[in-house]
Design a binder for this molecule. Structure first.
Ligand code: 2AM
Length: 176
């Protein structure tokens, strides 16, 4: 039997947006503010599944493939810090309805398949810094990023040689 994998559904960011975000981050946060998430790891989590068996992965991927909803525009115009989870994040002042609908569906499917889902409300965000244990000044995003979201994907998270790596396993299009 294969080892369970640590899985999550997420939105990838366009590479140009990722590059601009890391430039903005480098310009506004001192190195001691926290541990920067690697550019290739910047993403927006829709549903965290935890450690999942191959059978459950297959079932959840099949359900994800049945989701029918249109894409939406994501506007990143907000930033903040959560001291409890020690992260500095980027997000939206107003989350698009399509984003909440997609995340709620994936989270409900995960819960029905026995993947623990936090009872906390879903706060869509992109983690920029980890281990940000001291309050830092959060500049408002100087300009905002806005881009169409037309796909979502399933990722596996692994940790080796001190580095977290996210591997895309499967991707689906958003369409009517
Ligand atoms: P975070 O960025 O706020 O830490 C992969 O670990 C992704 O799943 C991360 O984006 C992480 O969110 C998210 N996630 C949500 N709940 C998690 C949990 N209990 N453990 C690890 N990651 C979690």
């Amino acid at each position: 039997m294969s080892e369970p994998k640590r899985l999550f559904f997420a939105l990838e960011l366009p590479s140009t947006v990722r590059e601009e975000i890391i430039q903005w981050r480098a310009a506004h946060f001192l190195p001691e503010a926290g541990r920067p998430v690697a550019a290739e790891n910047l993403h927006l989590t829709l549903a965290f599944l935890g450690d999942v068996s191959a059978d459950k992965e297959k079932a959840l991927a099949t359900l994800a493939g049945r989701i029918r909803q249109p894409g939406f525009t994501l506007r990143l115009d907000d930033a903040g810090q959560w001291l409890r989870s020690r992260v500095v994040w980027l997000g939206s002042r107003q989350s698009p309805r399509g984003l909440l609908q997609l995340a709620n569906m994936l989270r409900a499917q995960a819960a029905r398949n026995g993947c623990y889902q936090s009872p906390q409300p879903f706060h869509p965000h992109i983690t920029l810094l980890r281990d940000a244990s001291h309050a830092v000044a959060i500049p408002p995003p100087g300009f905002c990023w806005s881009f169409p979201v037309t796909e979502f994907a399933l990722y596996a998270s692994t940790f080796a040689r001190g580095r977290t790596r996210y591997t895309e396993l499967q991707r689906w299009s958003l369409s009517e």
